[in-house]
Design a binder for this molecule. Structure first.
Ligand code: COA
Length: 134
């Protein structure tokens, strides 16, 4: 069974005792059961202060340590460069573009898929700790 039922999958981002955003994930089912999709948002007043850049790697670590997930991915609508940057900084690579997959304000938008495999996460952890030792 691919679920660590004791562990939450949705966490609030707490700043000074106030919930200012959210980061969560959903584990897929059946043949996709080792995939998880990550999602996040932050109240506008807190944008651009490096918060999600700090939060996302912590969440990625939490997921790979506590859940039987082999592939973690995030979906970003075209134009959301900041969100793409946050994912890339957490080790995700741009994997695919689903052309006109979404509709928003009556306009079709491309969806950019970013993914991080467990083996990439492990390799990244190694290079981070190696860099720390130098
Ligand atoms: C996307 C979101 C989570 C980013 O969180 P954040 O804490 O503001 O992001 P950070 O401050 O960590 O910035 C991430 C990177 O984007 C850059 N950035 C931030 N604001 C920017 C802006 N307005 N223009 C260009 N770059 C910007 C930062 O400089 C940083 O890059 P760097 O480390 O190379 O300098 C937040 O803007 C948000 O909640 N947006 C609405 C919901 C949303 O889009 N969720 C994601 C759906 S996929």
């Amino acid at each position: 069974m691919n679920r660590s039922y004791q562990q939450p999958v949705n966490l609030a981002i707490d700043i000074g005792g106030k919930a200012v955003g959210n980061v969560g994930f959903t584990i897929k089912e059946d043949i996709y059961r080792h995939n998880a999709e990550i999602g996040y948002w932050l109240g506008e007043a807190h944008w651009g202060q490096g918060i999600m850049t700090e939060v996302l790697p912590a969440m990625v670590n939490y997921i790979f340590v506590n859940f039987q997930v082999n592939r973690l991915f995030g979906c970003v609508l075209e134009g959301n460069k900041v969100s793409m940057r946050v994912l890339e900084q957490a080790g995700f690579r741009a994997e695919a573009i689903l052309k006109k997959a979404a509709i928003k304000n009556n306009q079709y938008l491309d969806e950019h898929i970013f993914a991080l495999l467990r083996e990439e996460f492990v390799a990244r952890q190694g290079s981070i700790s190696m860099a720390g030792k130098q």
